[in-house]
Structure formats: structure tokens, C-alpha cells
Design a protein around this ligand. Structure first.
Ligand SMILES: [Zn+2]
Length: 88
């Protein structure tokens, strides 16, 4: 689903998704990071995805530091992602 082209939007959705995990891991250079943020701010579907990934990573990091198994979290994530994405 394409929207109006915007001159400052350097990434399309595929490019944004491809860089999302690097962004969350803080492995992007400043230019790529700002391009990703610019896209996400104008693209609702990427914004929703980015919010989900960020919360998921934050929750995982929390549960890791708490040294406990995040069963409830994992079940919610599995439900969100679908049965084909189940891991571990
Ligand atoms: Zn997008």
C-alpha cells in the first residue's frame, strides 16, 4: 500500500523493516537512523511494527535482567506472530 511520495522519505517499507532490528540494537549510523525514523513517523504500518518490536525487546531485556522465564510474554508474542513463527 503506497502513499504520497515525500522527498525526505529515503526508505520504503521494505528498507525500514530491514533496518528495524539494527535500529533497535543501536547499530545504525546517524544518517540511516534518521532516515528510518523519518519513514516510521510517516508510515502507520511501520510505526505499529516499530512500536511492537521496541516493546518486545524492552520486555525481553527486562525479563533477562530479572533472571526469570517470560512465559506469559512469550505466549503473547507467539499469538501475535502466529504459530508458524514459534521458536525454542
Ligand atoms: Zn513503511
Amino acid at each position: 500500500m503506497s502513499t504520497m511520495p515525500e522527498p525526505h522519505r529515503a526508505l520504503d517499507c521494505d528498507g525500514a523493516f530491514a533496518r528495524l532490528f539494527d535500529f533497535l540494537d543501536k547499530e545504525l549510523d546517524a544518517a540511516t537512523e534518521s532516515a528510518l525514523l523519518a519513514h516510521v513517523q510517516h508510515c502507520r504500518s511501520c510505526f505499529d511494527q516499530a512500536e511492537f518490536e521496541r516493546r518486545f525487546k524492552a520486555a525481553v531485556a527486562e525479563s533477562r535482567s530479572a533472571q526469570r522465564c517470560p512465559d506469559a510474554l512469550r505466549q503473547r508474542v507467539i499469538a501475535l506472530l502466529g504459530p508458524q513463527r514459534e521458536a525454542t
